[in-house]
Design a protein around this ligand. Structure first.
Ligand SMILES: Cc1ncc(COP(=O)(O)O)c(C=O)c1O
Length: 389
């Protein structure tokens, strides 16, 4: 078995057990119950080409292999590949495309994903159409004979739109295209895109998988061995790999993913209740709300609605900036998915790179990453900020 292969998905263990044990057997040399951080850049060979599975750390590293095995198990995937950042993971997937190819992207996605596709791959002769992925006629109309890939982010950043993975997988496969799902917001605890028909799952492991705002990382999960080999080729050939220490941090974070997610969900539900009833809030965007356009799909394809909450403040951008400046526990910062609660203004912060594009966001929008603090403290903080604004 190569370091990227794992036992297949329907392993006899539950999610929590896999988070703690998959790829993490006690160290055979010392019995250490925590996977060692293997800093070696190179590995001794008994004879030319004869080794214990590792040659050179960019190509494969024991700590990275443990992380890849664990996260692949959580996604129910046959193969996992870890990267230095979410964007490095996305870049390795986008390398599947060639000049002249076309892809479909959502109208709502992480700004950096859009920038990568628009400015980096666009300059290499790869074209895209930004389409409302809830409108299947629009998706079908946007498909060209050169369409090779459909990119989905669900729930999306920052509008928390929900897209039907199984339906979009059908649309992609009818045309021989690949369906990629960015599962960063949901995490495999709440949603397993490969089981719904997706071909590739990507993650910013910087977010919920790491979970503590102390590491930048990315991950790709696939079932198909050919895709695994091709993306694995780019992982090694381009070299956007994570350090062993970063792999250790994500692996440590992943152990508590299920319990953290449970608390993210309950705190987010309380925050949504508060926002829905507050006169300073024009609209709350959260897939758990019955009037959210993607609510029924979310109920079908997710086991919880997530810890991210977006809302539009009455009074537009000045009011949104005032709320973002007034919270004390919700730290004003980019990123998401960690233990501490964060607040941000997508128009000027995470999504500044989509200004003027079809993916531009409402300047009155605020995005919250609801953390694990005491629920009442979070509610009190938001209330004082909204009341003052
Ligand atoms: C949904 C989503 N995908 C991908 C990324 C990129 O990940 P990274 O910042 O780890 O490169 C982000 C970053 O915010 C994100 O929110």
């Amino acid at each position: 078995m190569s370091p990227h292969e794992t036992a297949h998905p329907d392993a006899p263990y539950g999610f929590e057990t896999l988070a703690i044990h998959a790829g993490q057997d006690p160290d055979p040399l010392t019995g250490a119950v925590v996977v060692p951080i293997s800093l070696a850049s190179t590995f001794a060979q008994q004879a030319v080409g004869v080794h214990q599975g590792f040659e050179y750390s960019r190509s494969g590293n024991p700590t990275r292999a443990a992380l890849e095995t664990c996260l692949a198990a959580l996604e129910g995937a046959a193969h996992g590949l870890a990267f230095a950042s979410g964007l490095a993971a996305e870049d390795a997937v986008l390398h599947l495309l060639h000049p002249g190819d076309h892809l479909i992207i959502p109208l709502d996605a992480y700004g950096g994903t859009f920038r990568l596709i628009d400015q980096v791959y666009g300059a290499m002769g790869i074209t895209y159409s930004a389409v409302d992925l809830t409108d299947l006629d629009a998706v079908a109309a946007a498909c060209l004979p050169t369409t090779k890939l459909i990119w989905v982010e669900t729930p999306s950043n920052p509008l928390l739109n929900v897209f039907d993975i199984a339906v979009l997988a059908g649309v992609a496969h009818e045309r021989g295209a690949t369906l990629v799902v960015d599962n960063t917001f949901a995490t495999p605890y709440l949603q397993r895109p490969l089981r719904l028909g997706a071909d590739v799952v990507v993650h910013s492991a910087t977010k919920y998988l790491g979970g503590h705002s102390d590491v930048v990382g990315g991950f790709v999960a696939v079932d198909d061995p050919t895709l695994a080999e091709r993306i694995g080729f780019y992982q090694n050939a381009v070299g956007g790999v994570p350090s062993p220490f970063d792999c250790y941090l994500v692996l440590r974070g992943a152990k508590t993913l299920p319990v953290r997610m449970d608390r993210h969900l309950s705190n987010a539900a309380a925050v949504v209740d508060l926002l829905v009833g507050h006169p300073g809030v024009e609209r709350v965007l959260y897939p758990g709300l019955a009037d959210h356009p993607g609510h029924d799909i979310a109920r079908r394809q997710m086991t919880g609605f997530g810890g991210m909450v977006s809302f539009i403040v009455r009074g537009g951008e000045p009011a949104a900036l005032a709320v973002a400046a007034r919270t004390r526990l919700f730290t004003l910062a980019e990123s998401l998915g960690a233990v501490e609660s964060l607040i941000e203004h997508p128009h000027r912060m995470t999504h500044a790179s989509v200004a003027g594009s079809p993916l531009a966001v409402d300047p009155g929008l605020i995005r919250l990453s609801v953390g694990l603090e005491t629920t009442a403290d979070l509610l009190a903080d938001l209330t004082q900020a909204l009341d003052a604004a």
